[in-house]
Design a protein around this ligand. Structure first.
Ligand code: SAM
Length: 275
């Protein structure tokens, strides 16, 4: 009964629950299945170079934007393909507006860049005549997110750089992935190292936990199946399957240090063939 009540309170944002036991600020639990050689401590050195890409140059030329250096190679890898045509981008978390300007300078000049933030003063960072818009509201409010999507969406890129509260990351993904992101679009959540910092963990599952579950969902077609169900030309080969929306629409999930990226892609059933 208490568990159910807590679940409801958490769902409606009324209770900050204690973090899952595996999460801790200080230590990492690893499975005994790893060979010791792969988990023993080795030295990692500080970065001495800055990223060498155009986006980092744009970042460096402006102020009032806060990004980690190692994100720039990741952004470049995932966003480069969206530069040749006008896109719609939604960034959760405006802060001082620098990142909205950075995206504007990086993507096609006719692109629409939309920032949302809970802080009313962020409205000052709107540059409507350059198609940079700011709307004020919470990333944890699905109605607000639906309004922003109706006004500007669907988006080719959604970047969550908002509160970094796990509860908020989960709600935003739940509210936006299906209806606010185009097929072929990219959903990126950054600063997920905060999922391991207790003060940011306010949900039973962190966003990293959900992302790990989505790795399983990516493989949902294979649950309770055999290879011939997928074999090209085989009489047992399935022609249709009932899969969860996520299983049917996630093309790939990429994990980096502090960033998770989802490429949205309407899937068809996999086929195998021996030649
Ligand atoms: C890390 S900053 C954004 C940084 C900015 N994207 C940049 O790169 O410079 C996080 C922002 O999220 C905003 N924020 C906090 N809680 C929020 C919420 N519930 N909904 C939307 N934005 C929120 C804060 O006001 C803050 O401006």
């Amino acid at each position: 009964m208490r568990k159910l009540l807590n679940k409801l309170l958490v769902k409606f944002g009324l209770l900050i629950i204690k973090a899952p036991t595996l999460l801790t600020d200080k230590s990492l639990t690893t499975s005994d299945s790893f060979p010791l050689a792969l988990t023993e401590k080795v030295t990692v050195d500080e970065a001495t170079d800055t990223p060498e890409n155009e986006l980092f140059d744009i970042f460096s030329a402006d102020t009032n934007v806060h990004k980690w250096h190692h994100y720039f190679d990741i952004y470049t890898k995932h966003f480069e393909a969206y530069r040749n045509y006008p896109i719609r981008m939604l960034e959760i978390g405006v802060f001082r507006g620098g990142s909205l300007r950075m995206w504007k300078d990086y993507f096609h000049p006719d692109s629409t860049i939309v920032g949302i933030d809970i802080d009313k003063t962020c409205k000052d960072h709107e540059i409507a005549d350059r198609k940079v818009f700011v709307r004020i509201g919470s990333q944890a409010d699905p109605d607000f997110l639906a309004e922003v999507t109706a006004e500007f969406g669907p988006f080719d890129i959604i970047l969550d750089d908002g509160s970094h509260k796990t509860h908020h990351q989960n709600i935003s993904f739940g509210a936006l992935f299906r209806d606010a992101l185009t097929d072929g679009g990219c959903y990126m959540v950054e600063d997920v190292h905060t999922n391991y910092w207790l003060k940011h963990v306010d949900s039973e599952d962190t966003f990293i936990d959900l992302s790990k579950q989505m790795i399983d969902m990516l493989h949902e077609p294979y649950f309770d199946r055999k290879e011939t169900d997928f074999r090209h030309g085989h009489p047992d080969a399935a022609r249709h399957m009932e899969l969860s929306y996520l299983a049917a629409n996630i093309g790939s999930i990429a994990f980096y240090d502090s960033i998770v990226v989802f490429d949205k892609k309407k899937r068809v059933l996999p086929k195998s063939e021996l030649r």
